[in-house]
Design a protein around this ligand. Structure first.
Ligand code: 2HG
Ligand code: ZN
Length: 458
């Protein structure tokens, strides 16, 4: 049975950055939801790509398993090791990118910026903003979520509808392979078709193929101004029609979110202001930008739309956004058990029916639970949050929700990934041949299975 080469690890990253006492490691071993707690023999905090490379080479030789962690904001258990450590009983380290926070100077002409894996989204965006540009991906966990985690999960977020997911923003990548070699694709060439798209493959690989150490991200020019509208609506179909009307009038949809009365009253209970005075079953938040007189167009569309009430504010309209962004936190505080969080998508035309079916889940499973549904309506992405589910019923209720999603032609993982939470259900989203091809890729990149065991493949 291999043992952990602690002395060599300390020689690579420094004594202070190999943590092996329970008090120091505990914070890294439970995920944000509190539903997943893992075991690691040590937490390693490298500072550079070379240190990561040396650690991985050492672990590969010594038969040590590596789980990588960014901001630990993932919601599917992929950022913490398995409970009980490696299933094959090998020593296991958790490698955190917490010290890898360098961000390069912005290339304002090439509109890109390089960042180390541990740089937060907020810090990268601030660096971009100093050059009049923006980071194209945004999400509520921006102050903790990291570049590496964002790429590893191919995060979507609130600007996905406008700029695409994280994979689309990756121009270059540096990553450490399972034998310690460094893969570097770092070029500003816009045409470069030499073989497979490995950066694209690492996006969404959830720590199972390589350790992402640096990323070259595309940046965007921000719109001249945006307008944020929150409308109370009686039906999901009204929210969809509203989005159609706004984009039909030539406006850019920068973000489009849906919330329910259950969600809004919950965030209100925890201190957020209601965005609009009127109460209705659903609320749609839409951020729009020009061309043209955005406010005039939005007002005209609103006059003819079946909305119960609406409020408009120039972007960034943080107070309006806050009711939406406080959902995750308020839900976690309110639930008596770790929240069952199921991030799903369905075709937009199926949203009204699917939301109704998902909301009725509480009545069809054999225990009381509270569903709160919200999400990125423009992407057909619903965050199904089930509160108060007894832990031994979590799989049962999950299977029920995924049955609804599959029947509606949807995906069981819209943006959060598979992690440890969804491995039993990947067959609902991928064929046998597809899963076998993915397994082959995993084996080619990581023949000894040292990276993030139990994630994606179970
Ligand atoms: C969001 O859109 C995140 O705010 C989290 O994806 C969703 O808490 C959730 O279920
Ligand atoms: Zn989301």
């Amino acid at each position: 049975m291999p043992s952990l080469p602690l002395t060599e690890l300390r020689a690579i990253v420094g004594d202070a950055h190999v943590l092996d006492d329970a008090g120091a490691t505990a914070g890294h071993l439970t995920d944000w939801t509190g539903r997943w707690t893992g075991h690691a023999d040590a937490v390693i905090r490298p500072r550079t790509t070379d240190e990561v490379s040396a650690v991985v080479a050492l672990c590969a030789d010594a038969g040590v398993v590596i789980c990588v962690q960014g901001g630990n904001t993932g919601l599917v258990g992929g950022s913490v090791p398995p409970a009980g450590g490696d299933p094959a009983r090998r020593p296991l380290i958790l490698m955190t990118t917490a010290r890898m926070t360098d961000i390069d100077g912005v290339d304002a002409i090439g509109r890109c910026v390089g960042a180390q894996a541990g740089a937060t989204i907020d810090a990268i965006d601030r660096q971009a903003a100093a050059s009049g540009l923006r980071f194209p991906v945004d999400l509520a966990s921006r102050e903790s979520a990291t570049a590496g985690g964002l790429v590893a999960t191919n995060a979507g977020g609130i600007r996905m509808i406008r700029h695409g997911n994280t994979r689309r923003q990756v121009l270059g990548i540096e990553a450490v392979l399972a034998d310690g070699r460094i893969l570097r694709r770092w070029t500003s060439l816009v045409k470069d078709n030499v073989g497979y798209d490995l950066p694209g493959l690492l996006a969404g690989s959830e720590g199972t193929l390589a350790v992402i150490t640096r990323v070259l991200f595309r940046l965007i020019a921000p719109p001249d101004g945006t307008l944020v509208t929150v409308a109370a609506v009686h039906h999901v179909a009204d929210a969809i029609d509203l989005l159609g009307a706004l984009s039909g009038r030539g406006l850019n949809i920068e973000a489009a979110e849906i919330m329910s009365e259950a969600g809004i009253s919950l965030v209100e209970e925890y201190g957020s202001r209601r965005p609009v005075a009127a109460r209705a079953p659903f609320y749609v938040l839409v951020e729009t930008s020009g061309p043209g007189d955005v406010e005039a167009v939005v007002l005209e569309v609103m006059e003819n739309a079946p909305v119960a009430d609406a409020v408009l504010e120039p972007g960034p309209a943080r107070a309006l956004w806050s009711a939406r962004e406080q959902h995750t936190e308020s839900i976690a505080r309110s639930s008596t058990t770790p929240v069952v969080k199921l991030d799903v998508s369905v075709p937009i035309r199926a949203l009204p029916e699917a939301l109704a079916e998902l909301d009725a889940v509480a009545g069809v499973v054999d225990h009381p639970c509270r569903p709160i549904l919200f999400g990125h309506i423009g992407d057909g992405n619903i965050h199904v949050n089930l509160l108060d589910v007894p832990e031994d019923r979590a799989d049962h209720v999950t299977a029920h929700v995924f049955g609804i999603v599959a029947a509606n032609g949807g995906s069981i993982s819209a943006e959060h990934g598979i992690g440890r939470a969804k491995t039993p259900w990947t067959h609902l989203g991928r064929s046998e041949a597809d899963l076998a091809a993915m397994r082959g890729i995993k084996d080619a990149f990581d023949p000894r299975g040292i990276f993030n065991p139990g994630v994606i493949f179970g």
